[in-house]
Ligand binder design. Structure first.
Ligand SMILES: Nc1ncnc2c1ncn2[C@@H]1O[C@H](COP(=O)(O)OP(=O)(O)OP(=O)(O)O)[C@@H](O)[C@H]1O
Ligand SMILES: O=P(O)(O)OC[C@H]1O[C@H](OP(=O)(O)OP(=O)(O)O)[C@H](O)[C@@H]1O
Ligand SMILES: [Mg+2]
Length: 293
């Protein structure tokens, strides 16, 4: 049973790359968050829920141990936290905090695949994930663990290579390093404790998870309305991304044309609209979707 009587707890990053989007997700799920006088704990005023704001490294353990019922954390941190102890269940990817853990090297290192790392020193904040990668590739190398500023290690002659998170690649470029191997693709995920909440809170927990799933599913989803020649209906349905079966309605005074309404689960690009027009669609309207259950 969860350690806090009468209230659920959600662990989110206090400050950093995931902090704002995590709070947005919680708010979009209908939780009214109020800042207390305690910076560590925010309260939710319309449900018995608290938000625990911590360093992201602590989130997997808090959730695995049942100190928190849910948590939002990067897959990279979750993987690094695996130590044979209890694990949190990954409920869903959240489509933010996307980055890739990569091995990068300076131009002075003659690189020809992971074997080139044999006997070298590699600096990283993810020693466990890197060790697993090296073992999988049969490479023996020394790992130097650094908390931050990993990218300066080769310049300081602390290491021959680094293994660090990359998103735009600007940090690597600024430090004259080139990405060579992908160790892990990562994004933020929602995790759930293996420790059940107290029975009175179980239903609330499930409904919060379901709401968050709805918020994530509606991100990027669009409601598309258009008029189409009846004869082009099949082509139009095929072009609409992730639309399933659209609603088709008659247009008054027109036997040859219909109105089509569809929820598109995947991104609708300008190219999509151009292709729709090319097969005869007109009066195309694309609306954002707020929530989806
Ligand atoms: N450049 C990036 N682009 C997108 N997501 C990133 C990037 N760098 C990191 N992330 C993701 O955001 C998470 C948090 O990154 P941040 O830099 O805020 O971590 P931190 O410095 O370890 O923070 P904390 O103080 O909470 O320990 C990372 O673990 C990763 O999942
Ligand atoms: O490929 P880029 O877009 O340049 O992003 C990569 C950088 O982002 C992260 O650090 P962050 O900026 O979060 O700072 P930190 O090192 O203090 O965590 C990561 O550790 C890299 O240094
Ligand atoms: Mg951290």
């Amino acid at each position: 049973m969860s350690t806090v009587q009468g209230r659920l707890r959600i662990a989110i990053q206090k400050s950093g790359r995931l902090a704002e989007r995590s709070l947005d997700l919680v708010r979009d799920a209908g939780l009214r968050v109020v800042k207390g006088n305690n910076d560590l704990l925010y309260r939710v005023e319309n449900y018995p829920i608290d938000l625990l704001r911590v360093r992201d490294d602590d989130i997997p353990t808090f959730v695995a141990d049942g100190v928190c019922d849910l948590g939002i954390v990067g897959e990279n941190v979750l993987e690094e936290g695996r130590n044979g102890g209890p694990v949190a269940e990954v409920l869903m990817p959240l489509s933010f905090g996307r980055c890739t853990l990569k091995i990068a090297v300076p131009p002075t290192l003659d690189y020809d695949g992971p074997r080139s790392l044999e006997g070298r020193r590699i600096a990283t904040s993810y020693p466990r994930v890197l060790r697993r990668y090296l073992d999988d590739h049969g490479v023996k190398a020394d790992i130097i663990t650094m908390r931050g500023a990993v990218e300066v290690a080769p310049r300081l002659k602390l290491a021959h290579a680094i293994c660090d998170l990359v998103s735009t690649g600007a940090t690597l470029e600024a430090n004259g390093l080139a990405a060579r191997e992908t160790v892990l693709d990562s994004q933020a995920v929602l995790i759930r404790s293996p420790v059940a909440p107290e029975p009175a809170l179980a239903e609330l927990l499930d409904s919060i998870v379901e709401r968050m799933a709805g918020v994530v599913a509606s991100q990027g989803a669009k409601y598309v309305m258009l008029n189409a020649p009846r004869s082009a209906l099949e082509q139009i349905t095929a072009i609409l991304p992730g639309a399933g079966a659209p609603t088709v309605m008659p247009l008054s005074g027109r036997d040859d044309a219909v109105a089509v309404h569809a929820v598109c689960q995947e991104a609708v690009f300008w190219e999509t609209l151009e292709r729709l027009k090319a097969v005869g669609a007109s009066a195309i309207l694309v609306l954002p979707i707020e929530k989806m259950m």
